[in-house]
Each structure stands twice: as structure tokens, then as C-alpha cells.
Write a new protein. Structure first.
Length: 199
């Protein structure tokens, strides 16, 4: 299979590339690194990316920014950070990828544990992650040509504890290699509309 991995230079993305790259052709995409670059908040940038990659068999998105901060100080502009990036960025990719996926191809997006298990300072993350999962549920029953869509919901990464650990006291972390197995299951399996939890 020819698989596009967006966010390939991040902790999860690198592990996904390593896992799937053992068996498939990987096209690495990042914001500034990788074989190609994309600003997935921008529809034109996403279209330009797929015009370069051509037809593919699977698309994985392991990218997206969120805002973490106290609710009583949060501004609408700060809240839109997650909406524009992790939510609409991934939706942009999913909508446009339909045109470039071969029959039976798949889309795998990324949410996160706080979509169902909230944390202090994580209202933006909870809303966005839950919305990504809701989009996948709705999209799965409408995709044509045998296309599939799933979402991976990881807990905090062991590799990211130095940065995000203080937000996740009491949560068990998962290493990126373990999380990458869920992406493999989505891409190489047969299910659709699923949320694969790595908690």
C-alpha cells in the first residue's frame, strides 16, 4: 500500500512510519519536515499536497494543535486554536482525501483520551477530541467505494511526559510504539467508524 502519514515528524507519526514502513510505501508529510509539507488548516494546501502524492491507499493524520489553559481565562480565539487545527485540519484532510484514495482505501484520524476523560485546563482538548470522534462516526456510514475511516484515541505519550505530564497526573502513559499499533490496526484491518483507544 501507498500510505500518506501527516504529522510524520512528531512522536506518534515517527512510530507510525516505523510500524507501517516495514510493509508499505510511506509518504511522510509534516508542517516543516518530511517529503512534503502541508498546512492542513488550509484547504488549498491540502489539495496541493494530494495533487503531488497522487492516488494513495491510506491516509493517516497524527497532527493537530490544541489550547491548554484555565477555562475562566480562555478566550474564543484561544479556543479556536483546537477547532482550526486538530478538528478542521483533520476534517479538511478527510474530505479531500476521498478524491485521492483508491477503492477500499482508509482514513485514520487522531483524537485523545480527554475526549472522554476530562482533565483540568483541557476543555478545548475535550471538545475537539470528542468532535473528531463524532465526525468519524458520521462519515463512516456515508463513505463510498468501500472507503473506511477510523480514529485512534491515545492517552498521554510516555515520550511527551516532560511536556504534558503535569496535565495528566494519575493517568497511565503509553509509549509511541504501542500507540502506533492502533494505527496499523486501522489501516490494515477491515473495520470502519471505530475509535481505537490506547489507554
Amino acid at each position: 500500500m501507498k500510505i500518506v502519514v501527516i504529522g510524520a515528524t512528531g512522536a506518534v507519526g515517527k512510530a507510525v512510519v516505523e510500524q507501517l514502513g516495514q510493509r508499505h510505501e510511506i509518504v511522510t508529510v509534516g508542517g516543516t519536515g518530511g517529503q512534503y509539507q502541508v498546512k492542513f488548516e488550509d484547504e488549498a494546501s491540502v489539495r496541493a499536497l494530494f495533487a503531488k502524492t497522487g492516488k494513495v491507499d491510506a491516509v493517516v493524520v497524527a497532527a493537530g494543535d490544541l489550547h491548554f489553559g484555565p477555562l475562566h481565562e480562555m478566550t474564543p480565539e484561544q479556543f479556536r486554536k483546537g477547532l482550526n487545527s486538530k478538528l478542521m485540519g483533520q476534517i479538511n484532510v478527510a474530505l479531500i482525501a476521498q478524491e485521492y484514495l483508491n477503492d477500499g482505501g482508509s482514513i485514520t484520524l487522531t483524537s485523545g483520551i480527554v475526549g472522554q476523560q476530562p482533565i483540568r485546563f483541557g476543555a478545548n482538548a475535550s471538545a475537539v477530541n470528542a468532535a473528531v470522534e463524532g465526525f468519524v462516526l458520521g462519515a463512516a456510514i456515508e463513505l463510498q467505494r468501500g472507503l473506511r475511516i477510523n480514529v485512534v484515541s491515545p492517552t498521554v505519550l510516555t515520550e511527551s511526559l516532560d511536556k504534558y505530564g503535569p496535565f495528566f497526573y494519575g493517568f497511565e502513559s503509553a509509549d509511541a510504539r504501542r500507540v502506533a499499533l492502533a494505527y496499523s490496526r486501522s489501516v490494515e484491518g477491515a473495520e470502519t467508524g471505530k475509535t481505537y483507544k490506547v489507554w
